[in-house]
Design a protein around this ligand. Structure first.
Ligand code: SAM
Length: 318
């Protein structure tokens, strides 16, 4: 099954994540509530090392922190804070670790490795559950404990997929006219990435500093979208469950107002003990925008095509 490209984390991204102060405070509260004195804690995808340091400060007996990137930096930060002997850092891919690699099982699994993007996080959820099975004690507490998705149909005003794709077709024609060559494969490669790139609220994730006081959520600015449906519960997943069922193959929406449905905003909420830790939005466009009337039900397909392209299509009744 095709999947969206992964998100390469950089020190800059970690710094901006740390500056989402209310996310940090929410997770800090969760870690302090979960870690009993002497507990063994695994911080999977430690990044900056913040959550490993919070666990150590909360009285964990031993903390193991794993990431595939920038572990030297996280280790240096921990040492800088006098915690060098309380946290063991490993540079490794979590998916490739065996139980013997980390020296036993853990009472608490911190796995804040979601990317705010359902197309990537479906696999991340499988990984978190797999980590709990491979490394958790029978009563292992997982942070986040639950992931919820809601779907809201909307008209996106700042972006029009059909226009962008038409522009790309015209670019291909222009290149043929200018050079007498067919650049179809190059244009197709660009076309493949167009809908993926539109998934995130660009203004919120632009590479610019943002105020530490800004809300711990990633949203599309409301001037850029007009919501046409209520937020429909789509799927929720508890990390104490035995297996992860994956996302359903369709989403059903009912318009609360008439408009031009261009796509769906997914709201992802990571939760612990009934409280939200972090809320984020992403967007999937419809292949073709559709006019809807108030009260009209629309079923959109979230199967393999959506997973591979981020593009939704209509359910065709048989
Ligand atoms: C969203 S960041 C969060 C960092 C930190 N947990 C926090 O909440 O501040 C996710 C981190 O998980 C790491 N990560 C994701 N998948 C991983 C994998 N398969 N193996 C190791 N690290 C992974 C990334 O490199 C990144 O540093």
């Amino acid at each position: 099954m095709a999947a969206a490209a992964d998100v390469p984390f950089t020190p800059d991204l970690h710094l901006r994540l740390l500056l989402s102060i209310d996310r940090g405070h929410n997770v800090q509260r969760a870690v302090r509530a979960a870690v009993a004195p002497g507990a063994r804690v695994l911080d999977a995808g430690t990044g900056s090392g913040l959550l490993a340091m919070i666990a150590a400060g909360a009285g964990a007996g031993h903390v193991v922190a794993v990431d595939r990137h920038h572990v030297t930096l996280a280790r240096t930060v921990a040492a800088h804070n006098g915690l060098a002997d309380r946290i063991t850092f490993h540079e490794a891919d979590l998916a490739a670790l065996g139980p013997a690699d980390l020296g036993g099982r853990f009472d608490v699994l911190i796995a804040m490795i979601h990317t705010n993007h359902p197309l990537i996080d479906e696999e991340r959820s499988r990984l978190v559950l797999d980590l709990r099975h491979r490394f958790g004690t029978p009563d292992c507490v997982v942070i986040p404990g639950e992931v919820r998705y809601q779907a809201t149909g909307c008209e996106r005003l700042d972006w029009d997929l059909a226009t962008e794709l038409t522009d790309l077709d015209q670019a291909g024609e222009a290149l043929r006219g200018a050079y007498g060559r067919d650049f179809g494969p190059l244009v197709d490669a660009v076309r493949h990435g167009v809908a993926m790139r539109g998934a995130r609220p660009a203004k919120a994730v632009a590479h610019a500093w943002r105020s530490p006081t800004r809300s711990g959520a990633l949203r599309f600015p409301r001037g850029d979208v007009r919501l046409l449906t209520a937020a429909h519960d789509w799927v929720s997943f508890d990390y104490q469950a035995a297996t992860f069922p994956g996302f359903p193959d369709e989403v059903r929406l009912v318009a609360t107002t008439a408009g031009r449905l261009t796509g769906v905003i997914w709201t992802q909420q990571l939760r612990y003990a009934g409280q939200p830790l972090w809320t984020s939005e992403s967007y999937s466009p419809l292949a073709t925008a559709r006019l809807v009337d108030e009260g009209q039900e629309v079923t959109l397909l979230t199967g393999d095509r959506w997973r591979a392209t981020n593009i939704l299509s209509h359910h065709q009744p048989t």
